[in-house]
Design a protein around this ligand. Sequence first.
Ligand SMILES: Cc1cc2nc3c(=O)[nH]c(=O)nc-3n(C[C@H](O)[C@H](O)[C@H](O)COP(=O)(O)OP(=O)(O)OC[C@H]3O[C@@H](n4cnc5c(N)ncnc54)[C@H](O)[C@@H]3O)c2cc1C
Length: 430
Amino acid sequence: MQNRKVIIIGAGIGGFVTALELRKKYGDAIRIKMYEQRKGIEHIGGALGIWPNGSKVLLNLPCAKQIEKLDAKHRYEIWGNMKGEVLRVVDRKEFEKMNGYPSMIICRSELLKILMETWGEHNIVFNKKVTGLQHHEKKTEIFFEDGSSDIADLVIDASGIYSKIRQAIFPDCELSYTGYISLVGIFRTPDTPHKNVIYGQNQLFLIFPISGERYMIYATRRIEQGYLKQYLQTRDEQINAFRGTSNEANEVLDALQESLNDPELAQHYHCAEVNDMRVMPPSYHHKRVAFVGDAIRAIGPTLGFNANLTAEDAKVLVDCLYSEDDIDKALRQYSSYRINATKPFITLEENRRNFIVYAKPKDYLEFEDKVKNSLPYEFLQPFFAAMRTASYFQPVSLAAKIKKVSEICASGNEAYVNSEPQQDFIMSKL
Ligand SMILES: Cc1cc2nc3c(=O)[nH]c(=O)nc-3n(C[C@H](O)[C@H](O)[C@H](O)COP(=O)(O)OP(=O)(O)OC[C@H]3O[C@@H](n4cnc5c(N)ncnc54)[C@H](O)[C@@H]3O)c2cc1C
């Protein structure tokens, strides 16, 4: 890659992590051009769930210390139902056993600000919307809405879920409505919310502390396509559509509604239909275009994997390019690695989507029972297993990784059974 030119489309997490990893490896030996359609970085979006696999990438960037400060270091997740019952307590420290890196919940725009400052705002060309591309022999040219174009040895598309480049290269991988809408916000409240996860039939609330004595809310609920646009046009109408039988959820929605009077908090608010991809692209590259993040893998947001997988894509892509002089060969390696590594996450998120949209009362009650009565590691095993198989950083075979997961889960369950459960202690305090 020495002396080559790389274009990155999109100043999101994928774009920034790719740029910073390239700079880490190559310094000034390659030219990087980053284009972003927005006028600047806006304070929009709520919070991102960063799992240990994502942390491992982000906390090895030069701005790791600043990123770490964004996490409120919330330890025990309390999961409950709409009746106000506690179903389970999850110790977030347990996640750290995966790879030594924490699980964090951080404000998206604050993470982006740190990444942008580390990369350098002057290194981004804002207000440039990519509309199409043309392949040349060993190069790719991209075209902008303003009629201009640019050409490079490699184009890295990190332009998110509505990527024009993906649509041009993989037109069959269309987005469609998931069947649910999501409500995203950041709020303050003097009353610490009791639950962090509230399950309901065809709906879900996530409420976690983030830095600065604030809370994030991410809520989803099943709703017919078009209903939001037609009937829920104001913020109050949208928030009210999430109200229901749960007093705790209603109190959180009250606090959110109150917080929206503060313009600083109001800019994070967002309510939208969620779209995802049913047909995944067959490859993470095409000729001299590589994709990272949501641009190639538009899965739903309910499990909070997207930013993590995106950061991993960026790290793996740059490592492949660095370890293989032949760019085309490096891209093939990258593609094959990430297709396999991300499959378990795609399946988990699909299951979650189907559960939110289609669960009947009986299915929901069975689920609630499982949440309540399965051993902690039994319940979390699919997540741990997905992370283990996706972890690029463990130089062991897939079989060994899977075995390790079973061992960790078995020993965790044993420790849980044999110890005075922290869970009961916390529940008794509620
Ligand atoms: C406004 C916004 C708010 C979000 N809020 C949340 C949230 O609250 N919680 C959560 O879990 N996830 C949220 N996400 C999604 C989350 O950021 C991503 O799932 C994840 O971080 C993957 O990042 P990415 O870099 O692949 O894509 P993105 O974060 O979507 O970044 C893509 C970037 O590319 C730019 N871009 C898009 N098209 C073009 C184009 N044609 N030309 C040039 N530039 C282009 C976009 O403006 C954007 O800056 C949000 C995404 C966006 C864009």
